[in-house]
Write a protein of this length. Sequence first.
Length: 254
Amino acid sequence: MKYFYSFSQYYEDLVLHEALKDVKSDDIFWIDIGANDPFLFSDTKAFSLSGGRGINVEPLRDKYELLVQDRPRDISLNLALGEKEGVVPIVVNGCMSTVADIAESRWKKSSLVKMKTFNQIADRYVRKHDIHFCKIDVEGYEKSVIKGMNLIKYRPWILLIESNGEEYREWENDILNAQYEFVMQDKINRWYIACEKPELKQKVKPSNGLLDEYLVVRECEYIDAISREMRRTWSFRIGYSILEPFRKLGNILK
């Protein structure tokens, strides 16, 4: 039985691990657009623990600061990405954020943040790296992010793009026209592979099949369990610091 320590919400990191298992772990490079927390539901934390590095793009200042603290080898950017450079209002709903002009009324205004394009950050930071995967999770702003991507010049091997409904119809042709092939839909993402990497087609497969092959430990289950206990007792009031030993568990089990 193989072992894997997962941080993702729906085992996306396990799927990526299986697809990229022939790549040296410390060679893996990613671009995570909408990176959010460096631990909880992170699709990149497992790869960071194994020596990989990447670019983490996060508009929320508090989440960005956590990424900087946890990922000193990475490039973390306190930005939004879109079709063109500018300054945009960011709104939040719980731990999620998006650009104000596409948000629903339940989202609360937060702050202004700089916006750049994918091409601008790739021009500056990618250099000669292979981009093994790129994740886009921007709560409905995917179309604008994709419009700012030159997927002919920059070729992530794997794209996973959040899509909870039919909104993918607004942007999928841009992906397919850039010579990517759709391979699967999981609970929240659509997965694509670069056409020059046909060997990945058989390797990107649903996580439910992989769970029969791996013994998986999930970070979010530790966090959820202790959070429930904290809410049940007065200790919830003393805050986030109680969770820190659980957040560091990945380093212990590495």
